[in-house]
Ligand binder design. Sequence first.
Ligand SMILES: Nc1ncnc2c1ncn2[C@@H]1O[C@H](COP(=O)(O)OP(=O)(O)OP(=O)(O)O)[C@@H](O)[C@H]1O
Length: 263
Amino acid sequence: MADTNDMVIRIRGLDNRFGEQVVHENLDLEVRRGEILGVVGGSGTGKSVLMRSILGLRRPDAGRIEVMGVDARSEDEDDRNQIERNTGVLFQDGALFSSLSVGENVQVPLKEQHPELPDTLRYELALLKVKLAGLPADAVNKLPSQLSGGMRKRAGLARALALDPPLLFLDEPTAGLDPIGAAAFDELILTLQRALGLTVFLITHDLDTLYTICDRVAVLADKRVLVNAPIEDVERFDHPWVQAYFHGPRGRAAREAGAGTMA
Ligand SMILES: Nc1ncnc2c1ncn2[C@@H]1O[C@H](COP(=O)(O)OP(=O)(O)OP(=O)(O)O)[C@@H](O)[C@H]1O
């Protein structure tokens, strides 16, 4: 059992409802420092709602969420700032401002959190993050519409890393990428996670991502986290969705293709 101090996210008894619809009921989850946690589940099981609750973007109906010791439901400005500084997020659609260049997009969180920084230094920091995300330096002055889908994801990642957060949230980062682009993005996440010592909360449907870079996998089903364990244990979990997902044709292919080759 890991030391409880190693839990960077702790969720207990989480409920989320939309009117009559119950999305989460008494959900518990812990995320350990330095791990890449893959979060999977059928469509509509509440993966994005869970991520938004952790980030404090949605107020749950019940339960307790701590992000590096800070109550995610707190409305105290210092607490909100601390969570914002500790977390970087790559949303599913990249969520870049279309009228701002890539560099300006990356500077948005820097301006909010460090308004005292001179413009030139902010620009240099943005350029550094753009390169860190594997983009060529000239991407910094381009608009998001001038980039490919894969490059836009990298730009979103550069912005997520702007404040050097210890915790990175990725919502379906490889969705919409071709297999080669997806594998390259997986590799980038793993490289950055190792180099920067990040903890990564990664929502995905991509079995290859789970097998190649995730330390543990949490499965959402029946309104809660059904199992949170290394993938070899999750595969064996006796539940119809888990069995269909991991032992269907795609699951078999991903496993045979080289499970754990990168991680
Ligand atoms: N703002 C909202 N108002 C009403 N219902 C919502 C809202 N946000 C999410 N839901 C509902 O909550 C459920 C969970 O949504 P969520 O987006 O978290 O699913 P998901 O697991 O991320 O799905 P997918 O894999 O398809 O992206 C869905 O049924 C969705 O319709």
